[in-house]
Design a protein around this ligand. Structure first.
Ligand code: MN
Ligand code: MN
Length: 476
């Protein structure tokens, strides 16, 4: 009688082998993957900026019964609270049965993504072509040549001279116009552009957004096309040119998230770093209940430019949230309790890792690289050049995370961001660790990270959500 070769059981017991989730998923799991990725694609389609992302997450939290922390007077087990910071960060918690000084289970993600910001005085008319354009200053690490010749949308907040706030959202509705940055035609590019190195293919000062070509009907006006734009902005939004100074306007890829591939197994969208983690961590919190340790989801801003400023992880917002939580038990709690609560916290820095791109495998050391569709990637350390500027999670904490994911049957893998000395990058993990808490990076891996169309696997969205659900349940 023939036996099927299933491989050595001894080998599968002892060696670390990883398979695509698609190979092993049950019917029930495939249904869960479809459901969560549908919700995620709706979110990522709408959440084009850190402000929009925060607005949508707060909407979700409120729907699930989370209350602004100001409206809650006393610690009640199972109570759901949230706190907003400047419309750009949100922290949300489910109050646990255990005292907060024993620590919380915290998942911290970021909702800012690389993009093009408008300069302070951005609008100009080119004399020779009579075209109006907007000057930009890119935000975060981008490959500039990727941002030309694609439809772009404009989102932002403008504070008018009288203090009134105006929101701009143009280019997402199929009826809206879009904007674009024009590249040089191949017929004429060889000398001027063709001899440049790839990072300089498009220069920062060449990232100017095409805006208008109609003249304003006024014979005496010097810059008629620019005036047409100013007149339009004035009529539509009450703006004058000086209002650009008190504005945050972001130029991002226009249009919805798309399914990728014949099999629709992947998701292509702008801003998945790191809104894929913001979505899955908040959803995991919303779907949690009856927890011993207080669970917290924190979504912060400014990660992509080094985590500076009052909406970044380096601000004292997290301390403030913890102190508000402590005050619910004791309005005059001693300072030491805040330090204890923070230092006893277990944290996941919930951020994406770079997945192997089949065309550029050589930048990875394949035994230690993440693949899309293989589950959440646990990244012990990030950094560059000998683990510099990195939180290097301890063996003990890695042990707790691994055990937690295994017990919950979460598909997980490990991965470094590229070969040793190939490049590198950082996350907010090291800033969380400044509170003396245990932290590790864990999130899905993406192909084409930081590009206008980042690619994730639907299966990883699900695995990440499952991983975060299991993390919130950790007790010691
Ligand atoms: Mn990130
Ligand atoms: Mn990033």
């Amino acid at each position: 009688m023939a036996t099927k070769n299933r491989g050595s059981t001894r080998e599968s017991k002892l060696s670390m082998e990883r398979k695509p989730i698609w190979d092993t998923a049950t019917k029930k799991q495939l249904k869960e993957i479809t459901d969560i990725s549908k919700g995620y694609m709706e979110f990522i389609t709408r959440a084009k900026t850190e402000r929009l992302s925060t607005d949508i997450l707060v909407e979700e939290l409120e729907k699930a019964g989370f209350k602004p922390i100001d409206k809650v007077r006393k610690w009640k087990v199972g109570e759901k609270v949230y706190m907003l910071n400047r419309g750009k960060n949100v922290a949300a918690a489910i109050l646990g049965s255990e005292d907060l000084t024993k620590g919380a289970n915290l998942i911290a993600s970021h909702s800012d993504s690389p993009r093009l910001d408008l300069k302070q005085n951005p609008l100009y008319e080119d004399n020779d072509t009579k075209l109006a354009l907007l000057k930009t200053h890119y935000y975060g690490g981008i490959k500039k040549y990727q941002w030309v010749n694609i439809p772009l949308a404009i989102h932002g907040k403008v504070i008018l001279g009288d203090g009134k706030e105006v929101d701009l959202h143009i280019g997402e509705d199929p009826k809206d116009p879009v904007f674009t940055i024009a590249d040089l035609l191949p017929h004429l590019y060889r000398k001027k552009q063709g001899e440049r190195k790839l990072p300089d293919g498009i220069l920062g000062e060449e990232l100017n957004v095409l805006l208008a070509s109609l003249p304003f009907d006024d014979k005496k006006a010097k810059k008629k096309v620019k005036l047409w734009v100013l007149d339009h902005l004035n009529k539509e939004y009450g703006m004058i040119e000086e209002d650009f100074v008190s504005a945050e306007i972001e130029v991002v890829p226009a249009g919805p998230a798309r399914e990728i591939g014949f099999d629709r197994s992947m998701i292509g969208a702008y801003g998945q770093d790191d809104r894929i983690c913001a979505y899955t961590s908040v959803k995991a919190l919303v779907d949690s209940s009856k927890l011993k340790r207080t669970s917290i989801s924190l979504v912060i801003d400014k990660e992509e430019i080094g985590s500076d400023g009052p909406t970044s992880i380096k601000s004292r917002f997290l301390d403030e949230f913890y102190s508000r939580l402590l005050e619910l038990r004791d309005p005059d709690y001693p300072d030491r309790k805040l330090r204890l609560a923070l230092s006893n916290t277990f944290a996941i820095s919930s951020d994406v890792n770079g997945a192997v791109n089949p065309m550029f495998k050589q930048v990875h050391e394949l035994q230690n690289a993440a693949r899309i569709g293989f589950g959440i990637c646990v990244t012990k350390y990030t950094g560059s050049g000998g683990k510099f500027s990195s939180n290097d999670a301890s063996a003990e904490f890695m042990g707790l995370i691994r055990k937690t994911f295994n017990i919950a049957k979460v598909p997980w893998q490990t991965g470094e961001l590229g070969k040793v000395d190939e490049g590198g990058g950082g996350t907010i993990a090291k800033f969380l660790a400044e509170h003396n808490m245990d932290v590790v990076d864990a999130g899905p891996s993406l192909i084409s990270m930081h590009s206008p169309m980042e690619i994730s696997s639907k299966a990883d969205v699900w695995a990440t959500y499952k991983a975060y659900l299991s993390f919130y349940k950790i007790t010691i």
